[in-house]
Design a binder for this molecule. Structure first.
Ligand code: RB5
Length: 147
């Protein structure tokens, strides 16, 4: 069963709650790494927690949320096993899966409304990787062919 892990900073936690609920409604198993309040935290710490969990195989998909989605996606992408895509709409969410085989959806709670964010999540979850020529490129992202 696909497990989806969620993490956010203080700017993103309210949106995270909505997305966790949606994923559960759709029958996914979820892991919520926090945060769950407005108390200020540092987004790299939240990205780190999610990256570790995924490296351990405890989740196959991740969702990261901060104010803009920028900081938390930069932090997550420092890990070779993470392909985090900052998405703003259904189209970016779809191509993140089709062409990039993204395993983490990054969203900005201050820049993307909750309904669009929900559409992004559902699209991300429902879209398979296209493979083919994209597989070679995605392999290069992890440096396995010398980048
Ligand atoms: C926190 O105020 C904000 O900087 C953070 O949520 C994020 O937007 C960083 O990229």
């Amino acid at each position: 069963m696909t497990v989806i892990a969620f993490a956010s900073d203080h700017a993103g936690w309210r949106l995270k709650e909505e997305l966790v609920a949606l994923a559960r409604e759709r029958g996914y198993e979820t892991l919520d790494l926090g945060v769950n309040s407005d108390d200020s935290v540092d987004y790299p710490d939240m990205a780190e927690a999610l990256a570790k969990l995924m490296a351990a195989g405890r989740a196959q998909i991740g969702v990261l949320i901060c104010g803009t989605g920028i900081g938390i996606s930069i932090a997550a992408n420092r890990h070779r096993h993470i392909r985090a895509a900052l998405c703003h709409d259904v189209t970016t969410a779809r191509y993140a899966r089709l062409h990039n085989d993204a395993n983490v959806l990054a969203l900005g709670a201050r820049t993307t409304g909750p309904e669009v964010a929900k559409d992004c999540l559902l699209t991300f979850l429902d879209t398979p990787f296209e493979g083919g020529r994209h597989a070679r490129r995605v392999t290069k992202l992890s440096g396995a062919e010398g980048g």
